[in-house]
Design a protein around this ligand. Structure first.
Ligand code: SAM
Length: 298
């Protein structure tokens, strides 16, 4: 698919480049905020699975930059945003980056260290495994990422805080709903308009963190296993961002001379897992045969 063709078929891809977002996912968080007002009263946030960084950009633009530019701003009172991903990410103003695996207990410790005794007001998690196309398998791996996110939540989120997490809808969605309900009295599954209907993703918006009395984070998995799986958990559509529908094609805006200029991505990933494959493809198209040895930076 050519760049202009994707610009036409994917309005949010085009808008992301126009507005300087690194990924179209930015609109999902913005649309969740339109419905749930998630940024209200928030000063400390953890962004799990953050690369290439469009959610961190939203957090920076919505929380950090307005506070920094405010005439009463004080350096020791600025919002704290900590972003974690397996992949490295180009810097974003006001965002501290931690490279790590959220399923690893050490990562939670690294995050906690940045909060210096204070807890976070919100944890967001847009994590997604590499999808296999096997629906049940993808849903299972995704649910493991959410539970890893929930483990971090139980260590860093303050009581009353919020947790926003990407889910894959499937046969175990209601089980996940009940597990989240153990910790949050209000759990809503939302489908932002920028998330295509054809995609199984949705977002759990969990409000008012209230762990069970006497809860010890060490007991998390034992507690989750005890949960049954009644029905419930319908999606709530959200996002009215000028009414764009992610499943529709839109005509491209033309320049004065009647042509359309497609923009480059705002910030390509700096070390994508597919980098080596791209290098090999490029080399083979230049007739270079011997690429057996990995390059030093792969
Ligand atoms: N929210 C991001 C944004 O707006 O730019 C997009 C996130 S992308 C859909 C999913 C990310 O999850 C990938 O960058 C991937 O590296 C990360 N991820 C997957 N498994 C992870 C894990 N176990 N620990 C940390 N990051 C993980």
């Amino acid at each position: 698919m050519g760049k202009a063709s994707r610009d036409k078929r994917d309005i949010y891809y085009r808008k992301a480049k126009e507005e300087g977002w690194r990924a179209r996912s930015a609109f999902k968080l913005l649309q969740i905020d339109e419905e749930f007002n998630i940024f209200e009263g928030v000063k400390r946030v953890v962004d799990l699975c953050a690369a290439p960084g469009s959610w961190s950009q939203v957090l920076s633009r919505k929380l950090y930059l307005p506070a920094k530019l405010s005439p009463d701003s004080r350096d020791n009172d600025l919002p704290l945003i900590v972003a974690i991903d397996l992949q490295p990410m180009a810097p974003i103003e006001g965002v501290i980056q931690v490279q790590g695996d959220i399923t690893n207990a050490r990562t939670a410790e690294l995050v906690i260290r940045h909060f210096d005794g204070c807890k976070a007001d919100m944890v967001v998690c847009d994590g997604a495994p590499d999808v296999t196309g096997l629906h049940d398998m993808d849903e299972f791996v995704q649910s493991q990422l959410i539970l890893a996110g929930l483990t971090i939540v139980t260590h860093v989120l303050k009581e009353g805080g919020k947790f926003i997490a990407k889910i894959f809808r499937g046969k175990d969605t209601s089980l996940l709903y009940c597990q989240l309900k153990l910790f949050f009295p209000v759990v809503t599954f939302a489908k932002p308009k920028s998330s295509r209907n054809s995609s199984i993703e949705a977002f759990a918006v969990c409000e008012n963190f209230s762990p069970p009395e006497g809860f010890n984070p060490k007991d998390l998995y034992r507690l989750l296993e005890r949960v049954g799986s009644p029905s419930g958990a319908d999606d709530l559509a959200c996002g009215d961002l000028r009414g764009y529908d992610s499943d529709r094609s839109y005509p491209l805006p033309k320049d004065a001379d009647g042509t359309y200029q497609s923009l480059d991505p705002v910030q390509p990933p700096i070390a994508p897992p597919y980098k080596r494959a791209l290098e090999m493809k490029k080399a083979s198209s230049h007739g270079i045969k011997d690429l057996e040895k990995p390059s030093s930076d792969s």
